[in-house]
Design a protein around this ligand. Structure first.
Ligand SMILES: *[C@@H]1O[C@H](CO)[C@@H](O)[C@H](O)[C@H]1NC(C)=O
Ligand SMILES: *[C@@H]1O[C@H](CO)[C@@H](O)[C@H](O)[C@H]1NC(C)=O
Ligand SMILES: *[C@@H]1O[C@H](CO)[C@@H](O)[C@H](O)[C@H]1NC(C)=O
Ligand SMILES: *[C@@H]1O[C@H](CO)[C@@H](O)[C@H](O)[C@H]1NC(C)=O
Length: 349
């Protein structure tokens, strides 16, 4: 071997050593990237996710100490905080719409936002309660709402398979045909128009602030359960907007809901089968009243609306912490890169 030959050999050896030490590096960073996507498979080890809630919805705080998602909902690796100084390390920052009244100036735009951080726009209100949206275009990566097409869909309630042990008794001793709880009555709302006409045909017990018969949380369900039907009338008609007026007030009380809100198709997709009476299925309010009277007088007809209790049950969501923990459940499947350039258009859709 000449000197130049041995030099060439040495060079070859050196580059081999270099390459073999380099390629695992390349390989590992590739693997790491793959592992991140692998996290989306059930059972895979998940990295911890930190969620910062920027304002408490409606200014009412809940306790966040300890590992709330694990302790309360059995969701691991999911940490909630309301300490805004955690901004720079949060994976997700959640903004509840009602506290963004000052528009853009309510957002922490003065802070440097980590490139991988996702901002969530959250609201459980129907579109007409979400003012000043235009200013918020282009800041949010994900939406969180009752809507099925939200990135993180958090409905007021949902239908689960599997019946309840306690079966609701059919019309045993119900002392009243129809009840309704309303606090903010506005005469121009569709629900008020339907109520005013319906009361000409059938007696309706009205509770709530409007009628000066407010019900405490404790009284609510027992009172509604004394009546055969409950008016689950939404304050506005909006895509997928079905509130606790159906899930809690009617279903949990065991009253048959008379619904006014989105289309029958939406209720069919979300509520248990044959569980409701839809106002718009009737040509007139007189016909609706006729149907209610017929069902009230016919035990078998009434029981048909309660059959679902044998095969389905209801889950309601009421605690903001449970909703926030849901972000971690969806996290691996959420779109990595996304911006709502037209948030207003999405909300008003
Ligand atoms: C996740 O958080 C838990 C509890 O703080 C900690 O024990 C664990 O090491 C963390 N895991 C990762 C991957 O950071
Ligand atoms: C909308 O924004 C304006 C100014 O930014 C503010 O004065 C007004 O109160 C806001 N409206 C609501 C309903 O938040
Ligand atoms: C049902 O009504 C009857 C007669 O009014 C009464 O005696 C009975 O206690 C009632 N049962 C229930 C469960 O309310
Ligand atoms: C989130 O949205 C912002 C727009 O405000 C954008 O600059 C950023 O790249 C988005 N982040 C991700 C991870 O998609």
């Amino acid at each position: 071997m000449t000197l130049s030959e041995s030099r060439a050999f040495l060079l070859l050896l050196l580059s081999f050593v270099l390459l073999s030490s380099l390629s695992p590096l390349v390989f590992y960073s590739f693997l790491e990237e793959k592992l991140h996507t692998l996290n989306s498979y059930p059972g895979a080890p998940r990295r911890n996710i930190s969620i910062l809630l920027w304002h408490w919805p409606f200014g009412r705080p809940y306790r966040l100490d300890g590992d709330r998602c694990l302790e309360m909902y059995n969701i691991s690796g999911c940490f909630l905080t309301d300490n805004t100084s955690a901004f720079s390390t949060a994976d997700v920052v959640v903004f509840h719409h009602q506290e963004l009244g000052r528009g853009v100036s309510s957002l922490p735009l003065h802070l440097s936002r980590p490139a991988s951080q996702h901002w969530v726009w959250m609201s459980l209100e129907p579109p007409h309660n979400n003012a000043n949206l235009t200013q918020l275009n282009g800041f949010f990566n994900w939406t969180m709402s009752y809507r099925r097409d939200a990135d993180i869909s958090i409905p007021y309630g949902k239908t689960m398979l599997g019946g309840e042990k306690k079966v609701i008794q059919a019309a045993p001793n119900r002392s009243c045909p129809v009840s309704w709880v309303v606090s903010r009555y506005k005469s121009n709302q569709a629900r008020s128009v339907v109520y005013q006409r319906l009361r000409n045909y059938i007696h309706i017990e009205v509770y709530g602030k409007w009628n000066k018969k407010p019900l405490s949380d404790k009284e609510l369900l027992p009172t509604i359960s004394k009546c055969l039907f409950y008016l689950s009338f939404e304050n506005s008609e909006a895509k997928d907007y079905i509130s606790e007026k159906l899930w809690r007030n009617a279903f949990q009380a065991g009253a048959v809901p008379v619904v006014l809100g989105p289309s029958r198709a939406t209720y069919e997709a979300l509520a248990p089968p044959d569980s409701f009476i839809h106002v718009l299925d009737y040509k007139s309010i007189a016909e609706l009243a006729e149907h209610l009277k017929h069902v009230a007088a016919d035990r078998q007809a009434y029981e048909k609306y309660l059959q679902w209790h044998h095969t389905h049950r209801i889950k309601t969501y009421t605690d903001w912490r449970e909703r926030l923990c849901q972000i971690c459940v969806r996290f691996p499947r959420l779109p990595a890169r996304q911006v709502y350039l037209d948030l207003e258009g999405w909300v008003k859709m």
